[in-house]
Design a protein around this ligand. Sequence first.
Ligand code: XLS
Ligand code: NI
Ligand code: NI
Length: 441
Amino acid sequence: MFFDDVPEPIAYEGPESDNPLAFRWYDADRVVGDRTMAEHLRMAACYWHSFNWPGSDVFGVGTFDRPWLDPGRDPMEAAREKMAAAFEFFGKLGVPHYAFHDYDMAPEGANLAEGSANLDALAEDAAAHMAETGVDLLWGTANLFSHPRYAAGAATNPDPEVFAHAAAQVKQAMDVTHRLGGANYVLWGGREGYETMLNTDLGRELDQMARFLHLVVEHKHAIGFEGALLLEPKPQEPTKHQYDHDTATVAGFLHRHGLQDEFKVNIEGNHATLAGHDFVHEVATAVEAGIFGSIDANTGDDRLGWDTDQFPGSVETMSLVTYHILKGGGFTTGGYMFDTKLRRQSLARVDLFHAHVGAMDTLAKSLLVAHAMLDDGVLEEVVADRYAGWSGQLGSAIHGGEHTLASLHDLVVDGDLRPAAVSGRQEELEGVVHRYIERLA
Ligand code: XLS
Ligand code: NI
Ligand code: NI
């Protein structure tokens, strides 16, 4: 056992509990509307930040107690130890899903053949752990950004041999995701962008990316993978500019290349803010474009301008995000995946539990707030009222193509139209949200 200091699975004890290793709000089987909390939130923990990252930063080495990362270890043995610790954690936390990159789970080896064989072997072990713990796979993905060969991009690399390498790696990662019953396959293009326009043929790189995504779609259908394909927008970091900048950019790209029915988005909170958007903006944009898929539930820091991947702690932010997800019909294949890392000083093993328990309670509270607001129709009524004119005679005539600029000119002049300015009621509505949050307590 790696987490000896957490002897029992985390239990729901209710809001009165002072036990930091208990859920105060997340009660998996509690029914909220037409689904249980577990079914609504479909939460997942990630393999990489929690088990594969040593707590290093750009100025310093790892601080965490992760014995399997010791370079002196036999790689396969260390990978198995890491996997045992990961599933012990998922099981004790009671998180129903997990997510991984190919080389989080398996040693990369000296070449692709070796990496693939390692991944096949470890996926078999993962299947056994999944059967034993009942933890399912929310998504798999391939790491197309760490190895030096990907420094100038994977699919968007100037060298087609690198494209071929990325394709081979994605094939393998998709096959394994499919075998493990993954609900989605994710592509995050961390290096699919540029550092300087001085050496970059932007049009060519975008065409390469589209070609790559078409190959991914063909492979999905060839192997009969029924999960969703997801792209994860991010504006920059590590590249100066990433092509999958934000949801609206991705939506435009998908339409331009005939991929709009094959891909959805995996929206990350911290990526939204890096792009200069509220988290809820990205979700609403995806729902509206019909490409909402899944969420990487994390948050940034108000002062630091990078992807700090902190655990979500704001009920207000997450309530609005959850409200728009519910309004769009809720999660189907997607879920709330904690793409989150501990702060570098949080080096006790138990810190991983404190972080996830707090985040899961934040999402449970947010679900209750969002569901109540939707059920009562408090915001929907205001919005419907605000746009009511568009269901009336003039609005319908404009949409119905019955007007020209000239006829509207005549209408305004002849009818002496003087539209009245009305209140947007923003502060009142902010108060409504605050009251729903207060009512939780
Ligand atoms: C990095 C991304 C990454 C993806 C998976 O910023 O969030 O963690 O989610 O490759
Ligand atoms: Ni992410
Ligand atoms: Ni990220």
